[in-house]
Each structure stands twice: as structure tokens, then as C-alpha cells.
Design a protein around this ligand. Sequence first.
Ligand code: FES
Length: 271
Amino acid sequence: MTAWPASLRSARPPHKPAGTAPQGLGATARKDDWWSSPLGVGFWLAVLVLYSVFSALLWQPLFGAPYEAGPYLSPFLLPFFRDLGLPFGVSPAIVTLWIPVGFRITCYYFRKAYYRAYLADPPACAVGEPTIHRGYRLETALPFILQNLHRLFLYLALVLLTIHWVEVIATYFHDGGFRVGLGSVILLVDTVLLTLYVSSCHSLRHIVGGKLDCFSCSRVNRTRHSAWRRLSGLNQRHMVYAWASLVSIVVADLYIHLLGLGVLSDPQIRF
Ligand code: FES
């Protein structure tokens, strides 16, 4: 093994500390069903992610299920790219899908969820993990250092969220009059939940209130403090918003596909 020069030794990325849990996968003194939570999280996360990938990239090209119906467009697509005409029938969702995918993969909550469920890192509190993890360089080396891109994905997610709001509002004014359709309501609920998810982001909370030595020393700092406190309140429910917004986007997308296939009709009121 190559010895590091003394001058660089302190700069070496750390290995994962041993911690206080028993060593070895699943080793624990816990008597409860500690495995049920990572099992459930892993199962439902896989179901929702697989559906999303299938629906956004494959359902229309392979099986002809339309991405849009009436005034509604699948939340996996952006309006500017819906008619892109990519070669080999590639779905236009591919142009932007990497943004929400990257945002959720690097999300602090989802990191915890899939580290536990899929990497057993660790499987649960006070439960041992595979000893191979001792060589793990934390998030200071590839590939996990890429988790630090979360803030950049946040900026892009804020742009997508703004576009979603414009789209949702437009569904209420389709055909020149004001209307409320079940699809509009489903999309509105989805967009509100996405807004709560993004607003409760740990990284956003740090952008708004971080790197300040004094909250009360200027009007700008007091305003930032007030915003930071509000975001901190939302942040306590970040996990709830993460799941709720993931479920709601799947429900909204499924509803629009079923409308497009003629399986459902969209009840609506016109004013
Ligand atoms: Fe979860 Fe930023 S920490 S979205």
C-alpha cells in the first residue's frame, strides 16, 4: 500500500468511523422489528421510482399511452419539449427528467432512506453494517462526493417548480373560460406538495439563514432570520413532504395517462 507523504496525510479523506453499533451486517441487541422500516421504505421507493421511469420514458414510446390529455400535461414533461421529435421515439421527458431525479437522489432525506434500505449503511440505528463499509470514504470521494451537487439541483428544481405553477394555473383557464376539472385539482395538490418539499429543503434553509454571525444586526439579516425560522418549521416535516410529493406526482401522471387512454373522463365545472 502506498504511504502518503506526511504533508498530505492530514488532507486524506477520512474513512468511515467504526461507531458504537455492533460490527457486522444485522448485528444488534435490538429486540424490535428494526428491519421493517428499511424494508418498507426500500419497497415503496422502488415501486414509485420504477413507475416514474417507466411512465416518463417508456409508456408512450412502447405502448402509445399519451403524455397529455385535454389541458393536462404529465408533470414529467415540460411544455416546451413536448413536441421535440427525438429520434428512435425517445421520450421528450429525458430532456429534463435528470433534474428532479438528481434533486431527489441527492436530497438529504432520500440519502438516508436509500443508504439504509439498499446499502445497509447502516440498516437502522444501533444495527451493524457490512464490515466492507470500513473502507468507505464518506461523501469525500467518488461516487458519493457527487451528493454535494444538491444545491445546484435545488436551483434547477426551483425553475421547474415555477414552470409547474404556470402550467397548473393555465389548466383553470383552458378554452377561454374559468373551469375546475378533477385533473386541475390533482395537479394543484401535486404542485403544492412539490412546493412544500422544495421549500423544506435543508439546502434552501442554509442558503436563506446560513453563514450569518448575527441575525439581529441589520434589517436584511432580520428578514433572513424570519424566513429561516419559517423554513425551519417546514424542514421538520421534510420527510413527509418528500414522500407525499413523490406519491402525488405519480398519481397526477397516472391520472393524465388514463385520461389520454380513454379509461377515465375528467369531471369538471365551468363558470
Ligand atoms: Fe431534501 Fe434538499 S434536502 S430536497
